[in-house]
Design a binder for this molecule. Sequence first.
Ligand SMILES: Nc1ncnc2c1ncn2[C@@H]1O[C@H](COP(=O)(O)OP(=O)(O)OP(=O)(O)O)[C@@H](O)[C@H]1O
Ligand SMILES: [Mg+2]
Length: 298
Amino acid sequence: MSACASTGCGPEATGILAIPQVREVVCVASGKGGVGKSTLTVNLAASLAAQGMAVGIVDADIHGPSISLLLGTGSGVEATAEGLAIPKFSHGIWSLSVGNLLPPEAGLAWKGPLVAQAVEQLFREVAWPPLDVLLVDMPPGTGDVQITILERMPVTGAVVVSTPQRLAVVDAERGIALFHEYDIPVFGLVENMAGHACPCCGEITRLFTGGHVEALAKRRHVAYLGAVPLAPEAAAAAESGTPLRTQDPASAAVTAIDAVAVRVGDALTKERLAREHEAGLSAEQRRNAAEFWQNLAE
Ligand SMILES: Nc1ncnc2c1ncn2[C@@H]1O[C@H](COP(=O)(O)OP(=O)(O)OP(=O)(O)O)[C@@H](O)[C@H]1O
Ligand SMILES: [Mg+2]
């Protein structure tokens, strides 16, 4: 969670416990289903890992997990002597998904306290190695799981995914609003399936009337992180349990996701510096800052 500008309060001050070994938590979310969150999560993870970061993924889509399939990690999870789940490691990425833990029919009727318990277990009852960033593949919508994560986990920021159509953009706006309600920075919007990349020159031809996602970014004062073209090869990569970035590094979609990853890396650095600055302020400086913001508000 971002440090509050007026008081310097952060996760500790709000009672949200850090996740041992995990430096930053970034949610990949959208309002709408099927826009490419899971695909982006896996490939963003691969791009960040290629930048030299230690990266993990939590599959928070407990009712419709995809990460175990997209990373080909299979079922069955071992535990440490302390009873912590040992995350899977494949394609340079650590991950844990309900798909690794339970058969497909499990969890369908989970709600309320059971959801909260499942979320806690997926994030905290895990022997994560030291991670620079833990990406969270969020379920679609703005329901129980999302609220539980925003209320209980130390989320640094979010990347919101939308397809170009107005219907998806309307839902993405709801997604952004939810993060803002919890004072969590939205690092930006990714426009997925944004058009067709010419196999010869890579030039992207738009298939839908464009501009809705960029307009939303402007309206909500968040960055437009980039457009990822339709990549028919994404389906083949998904089938083989391999990130597209590993299977087809020359894909135009991979180039676009690599550029998104650089921007996400920059946003994380900015958040970390802001936190370190806040932590370095004396109690008196904090009081002065709080008074300044209070006076401004009045
Ligand atoms: N850029 C792309 N080009 C082509 N196909 C894509 C692209 N991005 C995602 N897909 C395909 O779209 C489908 C939905 O993608 P994905 O499962 O990642 O979406 P999601 O938002 O996670 O869905 P859900 O809300 O159900 O979790 C998948 O079949 C995936 O292979
Ligand atoms: Mg998904």
